[in-house]
Design a protein around this ligand. Sequence first.
Ligand SMILES: Nc1ncnc2c1ncn2[C@@H]1O[C@H](COP(=O)(O)OP(=O)(O)O)[C@@H](O)[C@H]1O
Ligand code: SF4
Ligand SMILES: [Mg+2]
Length: 343
Amino acid sequence: MPLLDIRNLSIDINTSQGKLRIVDKASLAINEGSIHAFIGESGSGKSLIAKVILGIHEDNWIVTADRMYLGTTDLTLLSKSERRKIMGNEISMIFQHPKSYLDPTKKIYYQVKEALTNTSIIERLMHTKKYNKKSATRQRIKELFHRVGIQNDVTIMSSYPHELSEGICQKIMIAMAIGNNPRILIADEPTTAMDAETQAQIFRLLYKLNQLHKMTILLMSNNFASIRDISDHITLIYSGQTVESGTYKQITKNPLHPYTQAMIKTIVAFDEGVEHKSLLYTLPGNLPSSSEIPIGCRLGPRCPIAQKKCVEDPEQVNYKGHLIRCHFIKLEQSKYANTPKYK
Ligand SMILES: Nc1ncnc2c1ncn2[C@@H]1O[C@H](COP(=O)(O)OP(=O)(O)O)[C@@H](O)[C@H]1O
Ligand code: SF4
Ligand SMILES: [Mg+2]
């Protein structure tokens, strides 16, 4: 049974242009102990889904789902405040631009201390090591900092956010997020605007937390290439519709949906070293804006194999855990038989 199981989640938002279905029957199943990559271009609905999982969405969003379970808890049955309470300890989140989430007027020590709402770990330290509360808190923060690769803990604890780099601030956010021993960590584009070396460090850190501490991670990104190799499972989302989902091997070795195939084609060209100034493969057109969403399969206007039927919404099919949402992929006949070919 997945740790987080979301089926056919839709989010309608009332805007000045009327009610818009931004997320349309998205499904996401995250296994305990895995790193699940959730990939889609900017504006495809990843952050909206994260907010709904955490229960921090706005009041004018209409959220419906066939299933939304965290372990054995049905999240759809909880009130917003009950949701927030559970989420604080069971699901944590880190965001892009970590500095904007830290209070510029407070030293790091006080901010991390406030985030440690699950006091049982600190109480245990007080009991076993005979620390007073302040020493136990400092010890716990030190442990968390070491876990995320911050060595100079004393200096960092007494610093203000503006004195630190984005990379260090993200490590602090990760320390805060894992401090209450959550069951799942959602990382929403955690390395946006960071240089390549810092990005690699943050991804290595998330991978280490998963491998050494069995932390379940939902890693959201618009960059397939940067996160595919640390993921066990991958789900792709296009304009609010999840289009394909499967294991790392299923998605990278046997991508079936035209959107995934286009993503992979771009990466392969890049990995193989393209000629100077040659064009990379890309689908024509752009992600539709939320007020101009196509009916049926939203990839339609950009899809190289689209047909008339695509104005109808395709059902999701499941072939041994490999999920595809396209009218023209007949998985039940053969794994490869009807894989669409590009024109
Ligand atoms: N509060 C909101 N009200 C209306 N539309 C929104 C709101 N937040 C985001 N959107 C729209 O929803 C779409 C998905 O946004 P988002 O989830 O932030 O995408 P992603 O995280 O994949 O980049 C975008 O078109 C965005 O403009
Ligand atoms: S349903 Fe149609 S438009 Fe959508 S991916 Fe399949 S072929 Fe393309
Ligand atoms: Mg986002």
